[in-house]
Design a protein around this ligand. Structure first.
Ligand SMILES: [Fe+2]
Ligand SMILES: [Fe+2]
Length: 190
């Protein structure tokens, strides 16, 4: 289902496994941002008819946020400051202005963030299966939900303008491939 043009770098998983507490704090912020992003999409005229669907996504992401906070609490990990993600800001910087373009670009960016989360959660679920079954099951459960969000955002963009959405998806997949290759020492999911 996922159509990325570049694999996640080989050093990503060892970096995650060596920094799980920091990764979980980053993950909490990721879910918080996903909830606010779903609400932010409601500002676009082309998405007024999707307001309830977007609210449902925002509530689901807020639940994910709470689930990560609960996990932090159970594990005695303090909630802390977020790191900025060069990959996310690299995608977001390329959102074009203008009523016609901005909404499609924003949706495609959100879909790729959800898609990469889905992919990475699947990798984490598999890697943690024997060493940390609780966390493995947690990531397994989230992967499906983020995969659905990925598909929902792409479909919303295509419904607004299919040709534009296809062109921009191709542009963003190239950009993602370029950004994913860049070294990133921070203990963050993206
Ligand atoms: Fe989520
Ligand atoms: Fe999501």
């Amino acid at each position: 289902m996922l159509l990325f043009r570049e694999k996640i770098p080989a050093d990503w998983l060892p970096k995650m496994l060596a920094n799980l507490p920091a990764v979980l704090v980053d993950h909490a912020h990721l879910e918080r941002k996903a909830a606010t992003t779903a609400l932010n999409l409601e500002k676009y005229r082309d998405l007024f008819s999707k307001v309830e669907q977007l609210n449902a996504i925002a509530m689901e992401e807020l639940q994910h946020f709470q689930m990560v906070l609960d996990l932090l609490k159970r594990r005695g990990i303090a909630f802390g400051q977020p790191y900025p993600s060069p990959w996310i800001s690299g995608l977001m910087r390329s959102i074009r202005n203008g009523q016609r373009f901005q909404v499609v670009d924003h949706l495609i960016c959100c879909s790729l963030i959800e898609g990469r989360s889905c992919e990475k959660f699947q990798i984490l679920a598999a890697a943690l299966q024997s060493t940390d079954p609780e966390l493995s099951a947690f990531y397994h459960g989230l992967a499906e939900s983020e995969g659905n969000h990925y598909a929902t955002y792409i479909l919303m963009a295509k419904e607004i303008n299919e040709t534009e959405a296809d062109q921009r998806l191709s542009f963003y997949l190239d950009l993602d491939a370029d950004l994913v290759r860049r070294p990133n020492p921070l203990p963050i999911l993206h």
